[in-house]
Design a protein around this ligand. Structure first.
Ligand code: NAD
Length: 253
């Protein structure tokens, strides 16, 4: 299998290249970033490296997601998008592209978080609606989007478990003295040092509380998951897929 990495000079791009060393069956067909760097085999021409590739692995920035997906459609290449903070245009582009190629958009490609999302869905379904749900996440000081894509995915799973639309119950990061709305899912954000990614989901009732959480200590977990997902995606029928499909962790919500 041949993969193209977009965002190849970044933290995740480097982690994926390192992880490739343990997957000899996967070849690097191209490494793309904003600026070419011949010493590291990085170029800026996505179209030329997609020719003959099987999967694009994109960990770059939301501004290029739609164009990168369009390039994958032109070349019939499967797309794994790990970039977070995607807006409406990117979401629409992913849906459109999935009628022509296999597409997997994952805010978190780790096994642990994929399982956590399913556990949160189950907990939200099982617990009474008067349990408040609060999501806390922490990342390194350079992270651009907040709350993290993973925190939003956890919120979406919790809303889904309760049979509610996430948009209707999504709370903001709390400031001032406004009281909590009943049923609102709240978010708190920490940006500090070199935190790789911490997520906790608190279910708090009267007299008891449950916390489900995950701490990432090494980016290699996202890189390994991304390569696993890319292998799984290669050769699939066009459509929209999720990490839970790749890892076989689907629970009945
Ligand atoms: P980073 O800033 O270290 O790297 C991003 C790289 O992408 C940089 O080298 C940058 O130059 C490049 N880039 C940006 N725009 C580009 C464009 N238009 N074309 C080509 N290259 C471009 O960031 P990072 O920590 O590697 O994270 C990258 C993305 O992946 C972020 O959105 C982050 O939130 C997300 N992320 C996802 C997961 C996951 O499991 N899905 C895990 C960690 C990070």
């Amino acid at each position: 299998m041949r993969v193209v990495i977009v965002g190849a000079a970044g933290r995740m791009g480097c982690a994926i290249r390192e992880a490739l060393a343990h997957r000899p069956e996967i070849q690097l067909a191209g490494a793309i970033d904003r600026e070419a760097d011949a010493s590291r085999g990085i170029s800026t021409d996505l179209d030329s490296v997609l020719r003959g590739a099987d999967v694009m692995i994109d960990f770059s920035s939301p501004s290029s997601t739609a164009a990168n997906l369009a390039a994958c459609v032109r070349h019939g290449v499967a797309a794994l998008v790990g970039t977070t903070g995607l807006g409406d245009e990117a979401a629409r582009a992913a849906t459109e592209a999935s009628s022509r190629i296999p597409v997997l958009v994952a805010a978190n490609t780790s096994l642990g978080v994929t399982l956590l999302i399913e556990l949160v869905r189950q907990a939200a379904k099982a617990l009474p609606a008067d349990f408040d749900i609060e999501i806390t996440e922490g990342h390194h000081r350079h992270k651009k989007d907040a709350p993290s894509g993973t925190a939003l995915a956890l919120g979406r799973a919790a809303a889904d478990g309760r049979g509610l639309s996430f948009e209707a119950v999504r709370g903001s990061t709390r400031e001032g003295e406004a009281p909590r709305r009943a049923g609102e899912i709240g978010f708190s954000v920490i940006r500090a040092g070199d935190l790789v990614g911490d997520h906790d989901v608190l279910f708090a009732g009267e007299g008891e509380r449950i916390t489900l959480g995950h701490q990432a200590t090494d980016r290699a977990i996202f890189a390994r998951g991304a390569l696993k997902a890319a292998s799984w995606l290669s050769g699939r029928a066009p459509g929209r897929y999720q990490m839970v499909d790749v890892l076989g962790l689907k629970t009945s919500a």
